[in-house]
Each structure stands twice: as C-alpha cells, then as structure tokens.
Design a protein around this ligand. Structure first.
Ligand SMILES: [Cu+2]
Length: 165
C-alpha cells in the first residue's frame, strides 16, 4: 500500500514537471501575431514608445498585430509571423509592473533595457517571411508584446496584451 502510494506520488510529480513546460498542443488560447512594416524606406517615428502621454499608434510605420488582444490566464500559444518584405523583427513578451508605466529604455542603443524590463519569453529575430512560436503559462496581468530591434520599439512596434483571471 505504502509502495503504491509512493509510486502514485512520483507519477504525479512527473506529470507536474511535464505540465510546467507548456507545449502548443496544450494551449487554451492561440494568438496569431503579425509583425508588419511599411517597407525599408519609410520614415521611422522616434517617440511612439508605450507610456508616452497621448501616444498615437496610427502614426506607426511598423507594428505588432494580434488576432485578439486578451486571453484567459493559463497556456497561451503565440504563433508569430514576420510579414515584412525586408526587415528583421522579433516579439518579446514582458509583464508590466504597472499599466501605463514606460519600460526602461536605453536611449543610446534605441532599445528597451530587456534585463530591467523583465523578459517572459520571446521569438527572436525572424527574417522576413519566417515564423516562430512561443508558448507561455500566463498569470493575469497586463503585458506588452514588442520588438527590440534598434529603433523599432520607439517607432511604435508594440501592443498591449491583457491576461484575465
Ligand atoms: Cu521590429
């Protein structure tokens, strides 16, 4: 009896460990993500960061489009495609400590400070036309999906994503 319970406990522990690494097939919600831009020769705005008062993303010349901008908490799979013809893009997921608060930014590098901002996961540097995926076990909160290729975040390449309880 004791031995059987012990085996069951070990099996449960093993199952829990497997569950800790989410896979796309377990996903309760799948989000299609398009990384887009208006081409290599467009002007890039430099003041369209998240949290800038009155920021108007209609001026963005590149961006992140999602099939839905929220999901219930749990396993979320992001299927990311770089729909650009000529520019490398990526998608980084960060949880905002406080909605509306700007992410730490390194002005000289024109990038978000990923170490300080906190990185929940990413699909990094996709060539034009390439796809990648990221599956996360997400807690309720406000998240930002953004591209951290130099200059892209300030050009408006981000979107808010909400995970509900
Ligand atoms: Cu980009």
């Amino acid at each position: 009896m004791f031995g059987t319970m012990r085996t069951a406990a070990l099996a449960l522990a093993a199952a829990t460990m497997i569950a800790a690494v989410p896979t796309a097939s377990q996903a309760a919600t799948t989000i299609q993500v398009s990384l887009w831009d208006k081409g290599a020769f467009m002007e890039m705005p430099t003041d369209l960061m998240y949290g800038v008062p009155g920021v108007d993303l209609s001026k963005a010349t590149m961006g992140i489009k999602v099939s839905q901008d929220s999901a219930p908490h749990g396993i979320v799979a992001f299927k990311v495609t770089n729909d650009s013809k000529d520019i490398v893009h990526e998608m980084i997921v960060t949880q905002l400590s406080e909605a509306g608060k700007p992410l730490p930014y390194i002005e000289s590098e024109k990038r978000v400070d990923e170490d300080k901002a906190g990185d929940k996961g990413e699909v990094s540097e996709l060539d034009p036309g390439q796809s990648g995926s990221l599956t996360l076990n997400m807690q309720p909160g406000t998240y930002l999906l953004y591209c951290n290729v130099a200059g892209h975040y300030a050009a408006g390449m981000w979107t808010v994503f909400t995970v509900t309880p």
